[in-house]
Design a protein around this ligand. Sequence first.
Ligand code: TRP
Ligand code: SF4
Length: 329
Amino acid sequence: MTTSRKRVLSGMQPSGLLHLGNYLGALENWKGLQSEYECYFFVADWHALSSNYADTSRIREFVHELLIDWLAAGIDPAKATIFVQSRIQEHAVLHLLLSMMTPVSWLERNPTYKEKQEEIKDRDMTTYGFLGYPVLQAADILLYKPDFVPVGKDQLPHLELTRELARRFNSLYKPVFPEPAEQLTKFPKVLGTDGRKMSKSYSNTINLSDAEPVVRQKLKTMVTDPARVRRHDPGNPDLCPVYDFHKIFSSPMVQEQINTECRSAAIGCIDCKKLVADRIVDRMTPMWDARAILSKDPAYLQDIVQEGSRKAGEVAKATLHDVREAMKI
Ligand code: TRP
Ligand code: SF4
């Protein structure tokens, strides 16, 4: 029975192009969930405004590319409901209603809020909308009453606030909202070409939309064990971000071989990188093929979003009806 399946909801901000880190950290997980659970996956385009309000020129493009990446990675519209936040006005309404009962101190103490404000220096992030970001996220979540929300560690404060708001609402009015649990994505952090965490703010990403020569070039110039300067210097794979890619993409046998040969300088970094590039290209090729087809068919994407937003809209409307009744408004 489809009605007894547990419900899952998650979203992504269209604030850039998706990279391997997003694929391994989120999409692979989503793909596994969609056969077992009733899944809702949405593009949080209003959230993208919180940091990009002054320049919205690329948001539509990013929404489009994000949807292509999802489908190319195997998110299946026949299994999961795929939609775009801004198509469902109920998100904005619930955000407003929840904001009325959210103490500002709950928002100010959110560590993600403080960190982002430290991190983003080129834009004014002291906006009302940015402070309220987690309230919008709570609305996104609570509208669909999911059993759990797959997210990365950085999102845990938002999930906690979502539960706090659910409790506050339920005790002020009527029990409308079940408390959603998080599903922490288990994948280890993926390093970028400079050896730091792969992130679009560091410009060290391998994007799902990068063409094969671009991917190969990025891997060629990727940093390695910094102590291995010359070909005959022995290396230490434990200190090398390229080896982390091997751990993800290469067979245990190849990993073992490189582990040994790097330490004795039997293999050079150029050959080692070529080996892992081949595996990454193998993994990305089906996505590139799917991307090429999807990119030529914007009408198909439109249909998927239309249908997904219709389905999601029904759930959102029903919840908002209960909210209005509970609040007598
Ligand atoms: N804040 C999330 C992120 O940056 C995106 C997001 C918005 C989200 N609304 C959500 C994630 C609801 C899960 C559930 O990744
Ligand atoms: Fe890194 Fe491979 Fe070079 Fe060793 S041989 S330092 S694992 S790139």
